[in-house]
Design a protein around this ligand. Sequence first.
Ligand SMILES: Cc1cc2nc3c(=O)[nH]c(=O)nc-3n(C[C@H](O)[C@H](O)[C@H](O)COP(=O)(O)OP(=O)(O)OC[C@H]3O[C@@H](n4cnc5c(N)ncnc54)[C@H](O)[C@@H]3O)c2cc1C
Length: 398
Amino acid sequence: MSAGTAVVSGASIAGLSAAFWLRRLGWQVTVIERAPEFRDGGQNIDVRGVAREVLVRMGLFDAVKARNTTETGAVIVDGNGQAIATLPDGGGTGATAELEILRGDLAGVLRDHLPEGVEFVYGDTIEDVSEHAGHARLTTAGGRELRCDLLVIAEGVRSTTRGRVFAQDTVEERELGVTMVFGTIPRVPGDDDRWRWYNAPGGRQAHLRPDPYGTTRTILSYSPGDDLLSMSRNEALAQVRSRYRGAGWETSRILDALETSQDVYIDQLAQIRMKTWHQGHVVMLGDAAWCVTPMGGGGASLALTSAYVLAAQLSAHSGDLAAALAAYERWMRPLVRDAQNMPGWLTRFAYPQSRAGLALRHVADRVFTSAPFRPLAAKLTQVAETERTLPTLRPTTG
Ligand SMILES: Cc1cc2nc3c(=O)[nH]c(=O)nc-3n(C[C@H](O)[C@H](O)[C@H](O)COP(=O)(O)OP(=O)(O)OC[C@H]3O[C@@H](n4cnc5c(N)ncnc54)[C@H](O)[C@@H]3O)c2cc1C
């Protein structure tokens, strides 16, 4: 496909990566973002597997490494904060990856290194998409009329444009029944450079992780989850507080601090499964296409990889958009399938309800992280791994 005009909807990891590569190939790129300005929030994410090579090809490996969260390892703790099990670090491929970065920092690195000429529209969304011979036409809520050779939908798990383009029966939103609340809270002297993971009965987890800014990043995660997305922030936090009553460890401190945190992100985990990721002049990228959720892991790695693979296939199939999009999909499917195929028992194992279930889980944690099993445990954190080499990005003609 020779360089054309692209609209990218969503300015996070997938969308900014797509803008990066398409612009580098000479495309005219407009990014539309629903938020009124650049979103720099979000907590710990990691870059693994083949996405590491993508970062190298972008020339951004060092920039990402420089913003490392400073985390040195991960432990599961009991109610007194004592380590029950130490998760394998596998030399940077275990629970704490070689490249640990805050979502907003990764998005910031991508934005700051975009080639010249990418146009941004904030505070707008696509209202209508129609297919025409050789192009798509878009109308936005703000009244913009745009014509493009390619629309890239990178709007995350709750994408709205997805449903305007793809038939309902081609998109499955599989709720996992897990609620996660991410936030930034003040660091206290007991917070160290490890990821500390606590489990309480009633299917409740609490996590504390270091960041490079002198604050601490926290996650409260529980199952069965609640419908927090339909509530105001205060209502949602009150509901979480009631769920964590008597949970112990540092959960009271975390809940108190979340009340005043400037950076709270709430997610109800849902996998997205689509029969196809492309149609006409439209292609899906990142969580909007295949959200794997933090339980599957690797959302950022898949987002980074998908943008590169899309650009490489566009450059390889000059003049044939359909062939390029089909090749993109063929390349990405196995990676996504691996990340989405979680064993059916995983949620019950991760979120034990009874005290007896939790005690069993802690025995399993100890066994699984003991020397003979550590290589196996480390494998569980591997995502975006492939024996295949990345497709080559060819300079565009015309
Ligand atoms: C603010 C924020 C905080 C996050 N925090 C965490 C975290 O703490 N831990 C974690 O594991 N993952 C987090 N994530 C999700 C994580 O970024 C993704 O799983 C992964 O990086 C894949 O990124 P993505 O670009 O596909 O989707 P996302 O990162 O979800 O980005 C989607 C982007 O599209 C925009 N958007 C949504 N709808 C529309 C629309 N209709 N039109 C235009 N733009 C739209 C969103 O505002 C967002 O900028 C967060 C995402 C966001 C947006």
